[in-house]
Write a protein that binds this ligand. Structure first.
Ligand code: ATP
Ligand code: MG
Length: 462
């Protein structure tokens, strides 16, 4: 035991935590502050949630507090509500057998906090603060590992990863979010065939959640590189692994994988944008061809091929539909071939094609893409700035980009030309939009009706 290397006074620790610990003592039981929050305190951060371990049984905890939510009762967890905030109070648990690689077959309650700490995943997650808030209980040297920037499994890493498939993924995630190095025996065990076999049983939702959490790191590439090195990524997405070692052309300093990693780290901390950055060039390995003319590789149509790969991948990983569609769109349109000689019509056509909502994220993705090439990016960045500025200006001047923006509606067409509802209306409107993209000054009722008359005559079924 060692005395605390940080202060436990409010506002760091909410008063509720101490009142829960005190209540347990009044009832002749004991509580400890445990898990992620202790790790966060040791890193000088304010924990986002607080977990308490106790030697009281769940049903006793339920009786001790006026407001509880007994959702995790069979795993020993009771959520105690205090001042509108929930605190998880979990009865000390020992090691159980894990035959499904996901959760222990049965929960056995124990009396000794050290036994409870021994079932936890990594040394820095297996530290407790005693109920009086005076001492650290750190049987596996987690505080020293944290100081040394090391992630180490508690006990025998191979056994721990064979029990619960989520742990290898948590290791990869923590290596990024906590900026720690995975200790070598622990990393070797992550790639063990038994660990990977257990990892295969992890649900898609949990994989997705760990991906999302990894995206909050300064450098999420640490997590994805760890997944790639150990074989976890091959299980999640063999398609993405094809990028590893896939050499590019002379415009890139890295292979496709290295570029994806650099692009990921350069992207803003928005999970959608970062997943798009991770996956944006996933179509490159399958589109790569050698061109004798340029004496270099080409990646013709890799954006479209990539979008086709990303859609089912994100579906498999249970990303919400709107997020999946947005990422697919970002991948499909990530290649911005803008040059200063684009006409205003070309800019308007580009905006129409990619969609107004997607455009701002495409600029960001484009910037990350440029920065991730490992070569001077100034020229590419200047082009993106210019496209963004021109697009904004055109939009501010009221450019019509969809048929909804036209000065006349389908209703007007039906009335003026005695048309019946049907596909002709849509086709006339599309034709008018084409016209207005070329010549925005024609977006007025009179000009459009004139043109609509001509279009309707050619399209009207005879
Ligand atoms: P975060 O809240 O940032 O995801 P955390 O470490 O607090 O990180 P939780 O899921 O809140 O993660 O779990 C709380 C504690 O429970 C962990 O610190 C760890 O001690 C233990 N734990 C969580 N998941 C596992 C697991 N799969 N195997 C072993 N112990 C675990
Ligand atoms: Mg937590």
């Amino acid at each position: 035991m060692s005395s605390l290397p940080f202060s436990l006074s409010p506002p760091t620790v909410p008063p509720s935590v101490f009142s829960i610990l005190e209540r347990l003592r009044e009832k002749g039981k004991y509580g400890w502050i445990v898990g992620g929050c202790v790790r966060d305190l040791l890193r000088g951060q304010v924990p986002k949630d607080w977990d308490i371990a106790t030697n009281a049984r769940p049903e006793e905890v339920v009786r001790m507090f006026p407001r509880v939510i007994a959702t995790g009762l069979k795993h020993g967890t009771v959520t105690v509500m205090d001042r509108g905030v929930g605190y998880e109070v979990t009865t000390l648990r020992g090691e159980g057998a894990y035959s499904d690689g996901r959760r222990p077959d049965s929960v056995s309650f124990v009396e000794d906090i050290r036994e409870d700490l021994a079932r936890r995943d990594f040394t820095f997650n297996a530290i407790a603060i005693d109920g009086l808030g005076e001492r650290l209980i750190d049987p596996f040297g987690g505080a020293d590992d944290l100081k040394a920037g090391l992630l180490r499994a508690v006990g025998d890493a191979r056994e721990r990863f064979a029990e619960d498939g989520l742990r290898v993924l948590r290791a990869a995630r923590f290596s990024a979010t906590l900026e720690v190095t995975i200790e070598s025996a622990t990393e070797a065990a992550m790639g063990d065939p038994t660990s990977l076999a257990t990892f295969r049983k992890v649900s898609a939702e949990r994989v997705r959640d760990e991906w999302q959490k990894s995206m909050s790191a300064n450098k999420p590439s640490r997590a994805f590189d760890a997944m790639a090195r150990t074989g976890i990524l091959e299980v999640i997405s063999p398609e993405l692994c094809e990028s590893r070692g896939c050499e590019q052309n002379r415009y890139h300093a890295y292979d496709v994988w290295g570029h994806a990693m650099a692009c990921l780290d350069a992207a803003p901390k928005d999970p959608t944008l970062r997943v798009a950055a991770l996956l944006h060039d996933i179509g490159k390995p399958r589109s790569r061809a050698f061109s004798p003319k340029t004496n270099d590789y080409t990646f013709y149509n890799h954006e479209a091929i990539g979008a086709e790969i990303v859609d089912p991948l994100l579906h498999k990983l249970k990303f919400p539909n709107d997020v999946r569609q947005r990422i697919v769109s970002l991948v499909r349109h990530h290649l911005i071939c803008y040059t200063s000689d684009w006409s205003d019509t070309a800019v308007r056509r580009w905006l129409k094609r990619v969609g107004l909502e997607v455009a701002p994220q495409l600029y960001e993705l484009g910037r990350a893409d440029a920065r991730g090439k490992g070569r001077p990016a100034e020229e590419d960045l200047r082009h993106i700035d210019e496209l963004e500025a021109r697009a904004k200006e055109l939009l501010a001047s009221g450019a019509a980009l969809s048929t909804r923006d036209l000065a006349i509606s389908g209703h007007d067409l039906m009335k003026e030309f005695s048309l019946k509802p049907g596909p002709v209306i849509g086709r006339v409107l599309d034709g008018l939009l084409e016209l207005v993209l070329e010549s925005p000054e024609l977006n007025n009722r009179e000009s459009l009706l004139g043109e609509a008359g001509r279009l309707a005559a050619t399209l009207k079924p005879t």
